[in-house]
Design a protein around this ligand. Sequence first.
Ligand SMILES: [Zn+2]
Length: 362
Amino acid sequence: METFQSTNKGYHAELNVITYCRNRTAIEDKSKFRILLSFGQHARELITTELALRILSILSEEQFLPKMDPLLLNNTLEKIVIKIVPVENLNGRKKVEAGDVCERRNGRGVDLNRNWSVDWGKKEKDFDPYEENPGIGPFSEPEAQLMRKLSTSFDPHIWVNVHSGMEALFMPYDHKNTTPAGLESQKMRLMLESLNHLHCGDRCVVGSGGGSVGYLAHGTTTDYMYDVAKVPMAFTFEIYGDEKASSRDCFKMFNPVDHPTFNRVLNEWSATFFTMFNMGAHQMKDPQPFKVEHLISIDDYLNGYLIERKNRYGEKKEFLDLGLQEIRTYFRLFLLSSVMLMFMFCSRIAKSNRSHLPSISL
Ligand SMILES: [Zn+2]
């Protein structure tokens, strides 16, 4: 666990980040599939942090997922690095714990899910300054700055912003009622529809945040992660909501109040996340595609090799400088003759195999 801190005009924020990786030395390994999850961005949505703790408990093998194939899970966990922020809005959470159960904003009254730069500050007709205060400018809040830094350095393949208030699996966009075009977007939708079917009993709302809830949200984290940070799969999951609860009873609107519901929510949604880990790790077989610019020509390779040798044996510099062109030519001839030999060898094997074939056509 790492703790990051930031202060702005006397307002101090702290961010705890837990990193899961099978092998501690592979945390920085960029060939791993990277997943970034944040919980508790809205202070009153306490259940989200409970889910973070449950996921961590399963990852540390303290608890187990009943229906998960242990071999598949093991194989997945080998391939991934997960970073979890269990309480993004620590200062807001303190207010809720002190009795202000309707508070969703940070410690100085800013909605952290409206403080990001994509379409920041735009106000809808039903704008409620108490709920949706976007701050004095994009990234005015230290919590948002810390999260942005984390996403830039980690560069995840999957981002999930976890909330409560309803049951939904959202993808971009929040600031307009459409989803992005193209294959990436289709992949996101497909993943969400599978998760809905497997773990939400098809109850969850699936689609763009802006197109599904009846209002648009501007300056959200998920829109930034998709549009600016270029995270290929950027989601917002809404894990629980009691729409019948009185709007004065904030705790009940956003959090289960009995043990069976509490356990059901944590069981279903931890399974959702682990299925998503499986799908992500296996869908993207090569998380860092081999880029053309990484390929070097045999000439460049040889040049590099010879220059390196030259430095190591400084006294033989002259000889190598003179012989560079010749050595390159010999190396090419050597490669060419090896390929020809290989070809001759293979065609001989093919011929000798053919003689064993039956004379009658099958
Ligand atoms: Zn929320």
